[in-house]
Design a protein around this ligand. Structure first.
Ligand code: DGL
Length: 257
């Protein structure tokens, strides 16, 4: 029995990395839907259909809990998945609540895909947690593609980061929420562009803790002192995916298929 994790591509590896750190004994199955990446500009029905197909694949592979390691897929599909399948799902939620608690200027920026920002679930999150804080949303087309190319700090990626963060800084945002699981791989570049006075927040660690809590509650945590396996799957080119994950997760190189 394993933990299934999926994303439109390699972004969810930023979440897998945190789960691995917290729960090293667990066996993990990762599915990158690279043939359909990015999800960000796609209609909700399509993202829902892909999320359903991947969930069935992960269940067939022995997943006992599934982490939807994609903000866009969480917004489009997690409620449907929870209502349809008899296992636990952990979804992503942009770190708006901690950002609101942290800001001193009273302005928070949220970087995410257009589809994630347009979702009703995101609007509920804002209504619940923004309070008196101004939350400015910024869709970032092209950034997911740069990460999928393995370009984490080249001039093209830097130019996109500059373009998307400039308006947020101009409005005095001092906390930026990385609302897409691809963006933590750009953290060093984003931090360099926005400067040290701006705090960047993502939810990978919180999702790992929630995964631990749910497994504990089910009495399903692996107790043994062992290093779990990672099984890698993609709907895209297997060799390109293997190259990319070695770049993004060098510490687990050679671990599992
Ligand atoms: N990693 C996905 C997310 O968190 C990227 C979505 C996309 O493929 O556009 O939203």
């Amino acid at each position: 029995m394993s933990i299934g994790i999926f994303d439109s591509g390699v972004g969810g590896i930023s979440v897998l990395r945190e789960i691995r750190r917290l729960l090293p004994a667990e066996d993990l199955i990762y599915y990158a839907d690279s043939a359909h990446c990015p999800y960000g500009g796609k209609p909700r029905e399509q993202i829902l259909a892909r999320s359903t197909a991947i969930t069935e694949f992960l269940i067939a592979q022995g997943a006992r809990l599934i982490v939807v390691a994609c903000n866009t897929a969480t917004i489009a599909a997690v409620e449907h998945l929870r209502a349809t399948y008899p296992l636990s799902f952990v979804g992503m939620e942009p770190a708006v609540k901690p950002a609101v608690a942290l800001t001193r200027t009273g302005v928070v920026g949220v970087l995410a895909t257009g589809a994630a920002l347009a979702g009703e679930k995101f609007h509920r999150l804002l209504a619940q947690h923004a309070g008196g804080v101004r939350v400015i949303t910024q869709p970032c087309p092209g950034l997911v593609e740069q990460v999928e190319r393995g370009d984490l700090d080249g001039p093209q990626t830097r130019a996109l980061v500059e373009r998307y963060t400039r308006p947020l800084l101009a409005q005095r945002a001092d906390v930026l929420v990385l609302g897409c699981t691809h963006y933590p791989f750009l953290r060093p570049l984003i931090q360099d562009v926005v400067g040290p006075a701006v705090t960047l927040l993502d939810t990978g660690e919180a999702v790992a803790r929630q995964t631990q809590r749910l497994l504990e509650r089910q009495g399903a945590l692996v107790g043994a002192q062992r290093l779990g396996t990672i099984a890698w799957h993609t709907s895209g080119d297997a060799a390109a995916f293997a190259r990319l994950r070695r770049l993004l997760l060098p510490e687990d190189d050679g671990c599992g298929g």
